[in-house]
Ligand binder design. Structure first.
Ligand SMILES: [Zn+2]
Length: 82
């Protein structure tokens, strides 16, 4: 393939209405990579900072469906000091 995208990532801080996110942006295309998806095979790229923020909200709403089951802890027996 003769046309290959060779991104030159630089770390930028995206600021959308006070929501600040550190992300990688390609110097040439200005594409922003989702910091959660990364820049590997599952990467998600955005031209607009707002689109990235919306995408991040999708991550959090997905995360909210994960149920954290706390282990049932038995009350610890207190050691009596003599
Ligand atoms: Zn993502």
């Amino acid at each position: 393939m003769s046309l290959q995208w060779d991104p030159k990532w630089e770390e930028v801080v995206i600021d959308v209405e006070g929501i600040r996110v550190k992300a990688l942006q390609d110097r040439i295309t200005k594409l922003i990579a989702c910091p959660i998806c990364g820049v590997g095979d599952r990467a998600s790229y955005f031209f607009s900072p707002r689109d990235l923020i919306n995408h991040l909200f999708a991550h959090t709403s997905r995360a909210q469906r994960i149920q954290v089951v706390a282990p049932t802890t038995e009350p610890e027996e207190e050691e009596e000091e003599e």
